[in-house]
Design a protein around this ligand. Sequence first.
Ligand SMILES: [Zn+2]
Length: 482
Amino acid sequence: MTTAGPQPGQPVVFRNATVLTMDDSRTVLTGADVLTDGERIAAVGPNLAVPEGTAEIDATGGIVMPGMIDTHRHMWQTAMRGYGADWTLTQYFVYYYLTWGKKFRPEDYYAGNLLSAIEAIDAGVTTSVDWSHGLQTTEYADAAVDALEAVPGRFVLAYGNIHQGAWEWATTPEFRDFYDRRIQGKGDMLGFQIAFDLPGVEGFPEKAAFDVARDLGVAVTTHAGVFNVTSDVGINQMYDGGYMVPGTIYVHAATLSADSYHKIAATGGFASISTESECNAGQGYSPTWKLRRYGIPVSLSMDTSVWWSGDLFSAMRATLNADRAMEHFEAHASGAGVTNHILRAEDVVDYATRGGAKALGLDSVVGSVEAGKKADLVLIKNDNSPVSFPVLQPYGHVVFQAGRGDVHTVLVNGKVVKYDHKLVGVDLDHAKSAIESTIEYLKAEHGPEEWDKGMHPEIPEHETLANPYTYREDVSAWKESE
Ligand SMILES: [Zn+2]
């Protein structure tokens, strides 16, 4: 069907889809329809009778699944997409925390957030947590929210400021005023968290920020278990203070002790795992293989597009890879082989959908394709692609075969925001010009040399092993030409 597509206010029905409901039984339906009514899913099942005037979307050969949920993304950094592809965590810290991060202006936060928000809905990520950790003043926070509100996605602003202690900024009247002005009353379209880390400062001054979160009834999200940065000390401060409460999000959670993992599980915490990040930057080995042993619920995130992709197909794939790689690695070390995998494709699809909804306290709202929930839906279908068939194992298809280019239609809160592979009601040109101004400004601030240096960190000395065999002449000639 290549008509103009569904019109605003029209109910939508997906016809003849494979539906990954992600309900409690993980029901998979084939040849099924999904009908929306206003903001909600009205019905799921075969051959649905629909009201007159319903827009029909032929989902034959496609997969309908819940909109994906990213629980930790530094959206402002999308302004510098790909710049830090070769960084380690140290270079990231030096760049954003110690040198150039402070140069970002409110309009640069706006630009980065705007592009990141558009990118999210385009990729079928219908809910994103904007882990916005450089909000030097509430003017920055206003700019961040302006961008989020310009895009028809579901967002959670995780308010943070790495340039001050959390106990300083979270306790100001300006912060409270911002919350009252911009967040309160926005319901499930714009949530709020308080975002800060616990490097183990003596005296636990972060207590004041936890008290603000408790007072507002919002969750705290924190980079925990990051090698050489945050450790069990911070977890113990939280635990002893009584601040490990249900709904707290522990980002990365890669290098904690058994005791800390038990505490997270026992207090109703959630992990946000950014496998591309953990594998590249060095927070610690992506920990789902550990977390599932402790029974810690997992959600997924992309962290930042200054390095990585911003879509959850990559996150699902990377997470399954890392978990299984560790299973094999551990088994081989003891001389055994792995015959059956524990973590399945359907588990990482759950992490990317329902897992995120649970972590954000939105499980009654989104995260599954069930009547009554808000209609945050994704249709994966790309008839012109050789990868679109056969669809035999739909979870496996989503994780290892599909990609963002296969996202055909996206609904957020019942509204069609992408149809037939094209965004609807989104001003990409505006985002492009905002990004161009930001890049122009940042380049001028750096100067050409610094700009280039930031992008190309040094390669450490490394050796190729001496080979006990004599190289063949033609191989030697080829190696010398390298
Ligand atoms: Zn992060």
